[in-house]
Design a protein around this ligand. Structure first.
Ligand SMILES: *Cc1c(COP(=O)(O)O)cnc(C)c1O
Length: 408
């Protein structure tokens, strides 16, 4: 399928190009020393990850350890509530550890093992990526250093406990605001000193090349499974596919299965409290081109051009940029990016829970909220939603802040 000059029959061969660009987005904007480390990972990726042996081992792990394939569920009661459009969810909440992040962490850690590395390094904000990586490290017997801001350590006690139980070292970062940004800087600093023995494992389709490509490829299992499951279940393709976008990994994985199909694709960003800078994290919707954390993409900037402060009720979505592939697909018009706010998200959280018996992660509830709005507009057809994770981690916070919301 050709779309605005891009041939989607060979999209995964063409994008990213050898320098790691999706159109003008992506690339490698880091120190010369770190560039060498990225080069090593890129070469290893092309030789090791494309080998039969690696592919077969990852396939076996996904089946026997992660519990893949995750199913697709038809949301019959939720669909009936809004008319004739049929809603379906891809159940990444049923992936081991309760979210999609383990898909790329297992790939990254397996690559580390094949490269002979002894350690994996990463930062974490809310702790979700840290827990997924600590799980993968435990499975493969790798050391695991997770850098985390002191403020986040206090806020995310259960995830800190999980990481420690899994055997990871949680390293407290006390610079600046003591949150994610400082943790990223500290993790990169540690990696630039340790890259002979360690590999950096990023948490989404962001950062310098090859990470946006590598994480997308590891996550594409979601879209590939979903496409064939949906065909088997209904005999056709969905009319629309919807996923929430923070850094953009669950969306990139889901979209990968459908880019070459006549399917409308929607990425959903968090509008938070509203459209004022600082009240949301809708970077593709309101941002502009710029470089941060080693890559060129669309980002939210403050007056001096630095990454702007962002907010979302979903801690997994509050990042001031998104992966370069999303910026590219947005400019191309192949994927439409739109927003839902906190309130719409909370309604969707309770609706899915009460009508379907599935408590979604608050990140994933953004995608559900958008699909409901879309269903009201579409009148007929089908929508497939990527349910990126389960909501156990969010329940305490939501009950405290909103109580039990009556959604009939
Ligand atoms: C981390 C997270 C996200 C956001 O990350 P992406 O890279 O945009 O997918 C979404 N959903 C859940 C459940 C998460 O844990």
């Amino acid at each position: 399928m050709k779309f605005n000059g891009v041939d989607f029959d060979r999209y995964f061969k063409d994008y990213p190009n050898e320098e790691g660009y999706f159109g003008k987005y992506g690339g490698v904007y880091i120190t010369e020393e770190l560039k060498k480390a990225m080069q090593e990972i890129t070469e290893a990726y092309y030789t090791i990850c494309k080998s039969r042996k690696f592919i077969n081992e990852l396939r076996r792990i996904r089946k026997e350890f992660q519990g893949r394939p995750t199913p697709i569920s038809h949301l019959e009661r939720l669909s009936n509530k809004f008319g004739n459009v049929q809603l379906y969810v891809k159940r990444e909440d049923l992936n081991h550890t309760g979210a999609h992040k383990l898909n790329h962490c297992m790939g990254e850690a397996l690559l580390a093992k094949y490269m002979g590395k002894k350690k994996v390094i990463a930062e974490t904000g809310a702790g979700q990526h840290g827990v997924a990586l600590a799980t993968a490290a435990a499975y493969f017997g790798l050391e695991c250093d997770i850098y985390m801001g002191a403020v986040d350590i206090l806020k995310q006690a259960p995830n800190v406990a999980r990481m420690k139980i899994l055997g990871a070292n949680v390293i407290e970062v006390n610079d600046g605001a003591k949150t994610l940004k400082e943790a990223v800087d500290a993790a990169f600093m540690a990696y630039s000193k340790e890259y002979k023995d360690a590999i950096y494992c990023i948490g989404s389709v962001v950062g310098p090349h090859p990470f946006p490509m590598m994480v997308r490829d590891f996550q594409s299992v979601v879209g590939i499974e979903a496409r064939s499951q949906f065909l088997e279940m209904t005999g056709e393709l969905p009319d629309a596919v919807v996923a929430c976008v923070g850094g953009g990994s669950n969306a990139a994985g889901m979209f990968a299965g459908f880019l070459n199909d006549p399917v409308d694709i929607y990425g959903v960003e968090p509008l938070g409290r509203g459209a004022k800078l600082g009240d949301h994290a809708a970077s593709l919707t309101y941002g502009e081109e710029g470089v941060m954390h080693g890559f060129n993409s669309i980002m939210l900037k403050d007056e001096s051009g630095n990454p702007a402060p962002v907010y979302s009720i979903a801690s997994g979505l509050d990042y001031p940029s998104s992966g370069p592939e999303h910026a590219f697909l947005k400019d191309l018009g192949r994927v439409k990016y739109d927003v839902v706010d906190d309130e719409e998200t909370i309604d969707a959280f309770f609706l899915l829970s009460k009508l379907e018996g599935i408590i979604p992660a608050i990140e994933s509830a953004h995608a559900v909220a958008y699909a409901i709005k879309l269903a009201k507009k579409m009148k007929k057809g089908s929508i497939l939603i990527n349910l990126s994770g389960r909501g156990d981690k969010d329940m305490d916070y939501i009950i405290k802040k909103y109580g039990i919301r009556d959604v009939k």
